[in-house]
Design a protein around this ligand. Structure first.
Ligand code: GLN
Length: 484
């Protein structure tokens, strides 16, 4: 078996018993990336030199008996909205095509401390807005299971690379589903941590009250190991928890006997029969494994996409105001005055979907419309939070579909209304700040992966991981690699 086929944990074991080295693993990975890049376009940039240098340093540490832990020497790839000092962070946007990060993101510092070489930056939707990874200025990423299909988005590069065995680990970001939906489309695990569990410092903001960085990997345990590293306090993100998350692999094998699980009625009803059938199969498996499954209802959740559309657009319009060609971003050359400079820089630098968002956001925050839209959406968000908190009093985890369908074809270009609809299973977790995980759980008749969505109580990632691990052991979908 090639090194690339191993799970992160298996590779970690080989590094620790010295049957392979980080340099060997990194070289194998670089070769696999080169081999899969033309069909997939999962990477925006690859840092061969930096990764090999970090790998060599890791091997030297190990030979001195100074390993930094289970992740030391394992290469990782980052979504291209996460800062790595001195390297480009493009957000797959014309606006930031030449932007060089002035510092490391907090999570990047954590990767360095854990000893993980950073192998490259991953493709994504333009400024993390979208669900297809097709709006990247570097061209669309393709789904390894069906090249004519989308890998999902916006963290589609990470999901595609993991599925193609062109990475053992990736970091994505999730504002309304951008880790979980691509994970579901590509047969990998993706976790959006609770809001405040992982620092947002040094990650290009989309909608700051919804954004979270999270781990993506092929297995649940691999994901838990990555979360151990990410779930750290950060004084410079004021909303980040002040204590570390601890060891999420502990208790992960504890089983789900007696666990109460809620089957989310509305979400199940929105899904196509093929997807709903997988969720129902997961519910059955939960019962077989000793959990108690009950139906839960969150009727207001049908309005989640509306609240999300307004809040995310409003926050984006404020966050992205700095991309004006002066402080940051692409600048139109030869503008005659300041107004023209703003107008043309933003006009040429921002993609269509981004502009749509910003126009909506600016409108909903404007004098005379603020009460009518933004304030209402904020109130609705409170009601949604209360409703889901009520449901989570009776159950530990809510189970449902990640998306209504498996991966859609790359030439599907949704209207803004259809786009909002694509996220309706996932936005509730962001609006309520809850942790949620996408777990590979079988395939459609056409061979496309289908994931199930597990959403839990705030800061109780451990329960999600324990349930996901039990389901994965029972039905290890991740083992089915794409026939690339
Ligand atoms: N598709 C959603 C949007 O465009 C979610 C994106 C994300 O989570 N970054 O807003």
């Amino acid at each position: 078996m090639s090194l690339n086929e191993l799970t992160l944990l298996e590779l970690s074991a080989k590094l620790s018993d010295k049957t392979t080295s980080s340099v060997e693993a990194t070289q194998a990975l670089l070769a696999r990336i080169a081999q899969t890049q033309p069909p997939l376009n999962a990477f925006i940039s690859v840092d061969e030199e930096g990764a090999l240098k970090a790998a060599k340093a890791s091997d030297e540490r190990r030979s001195r008996g100074e390993s930094r832990g289970p992740l030391d020497g394992i290469p990782i790839a980052l979504k291209d909205n996460i800062f790595v000092e001195g390297q480009k962070t493009t957000c797959a946007s014309r606006m930031l095509k030449d932007f060089v990060a002035p510092m490391d993101a907090a999570v990047t510092t954590q990767l360095h401390q854990a000893g993980m070489p950073i192998v490259g930056k991953l493709n994504m939707d333009d400024l993390a807005m979208g669900s297809s990874s097709a709006s990247s200025i570097f061209g669309a990423t393709h789904n390894p299971y069906a090249l004519g299909h989308s890998p999902g988005g916006s963290s589609g590069g990470g999901a595609a690379a993991l599925a193609a065995r062109a990475s053992w680990a990736a970091l994505g970001s999730d504002t309304g589903g951008s880790i979980r939906q691509p994970a579901s489309f590509c047969n990998v695990v993706g976790l959006k941590p609770s809001f405040g569990r992982v620092s947002r410092r040094g990650v290009v903001g989309y909608a700051s009250s919804l954004d979270q960085v999270g781990p993506m990997a092929r297995t649940v345990k691999d994901t838990a190991l990555l979360l151990n590293m990410l779930a750290q306090p950060d004084e410079e993100d004021v909303l980040c928890r002040t204590e570390a998350g601890g060891d999420y692999t502990k208790g992960i094998e504890g089983g789900i006997g007696g666990m109460r699980i809620g089957l989310w009625k509305e979400s199940l009803g929105w899904a196509e029969p093929e997807v709903a059938a997988r969720v129902e199969a997961a519910a059955k498996a939960c019962e077989k494994l000793g959990a108690k499954v009950v139906e839960v209802s969150c009727p207001l959740s049908r309005l989640g996409p509306l609240a999300y559309a307004i809040i995310s657009s409003a926050e984006a319009s404020s966050n992205l105001a700095r991309l004006d060609g002066i402080r940051f971003g692409y600048a139109h050359r030869g503008a005659k005055n300041l107004r023209e400079l703003y107008f043309k820089s933003r006009g040429e630098g921002l993609g269509r979907a981004v502009k749509n968002k910003l126009v909506l956001g600016t409108f909903t925050l404007s004098y005379g419309h603020y009460e009518e839209f933004f304030v209402k959406a904020a109130k609705l968000r409170t009601l949604l939070r209360e409703e889901v908190a009520q449901a989570l009093k009776g159950v530990e985890v809510v189970l449902g579909p990640v998306a209504s369908t498996p991966a859609f074809p790359l030439d599907f270009s949704p209207t803004p209304a259809q786009s909002a609809d694509l996220d309706k299973h996932t936005v509730l977790a962001n609006l309520a700040g809850l942790p949620a995980l996408s777990l590979p759980y079988g395939f459609s008749a056409a061979g496309l992966p289908i994931g199930v969505h597990l959403m839990g109580r705030a800061f109780e990632e451990a329960a999600l991981l324990r349930l996901a691990y039990a389901l994965e052991q029972d039905s290890p979908s991740f083992q089915k690699a794409p026939g690339l």
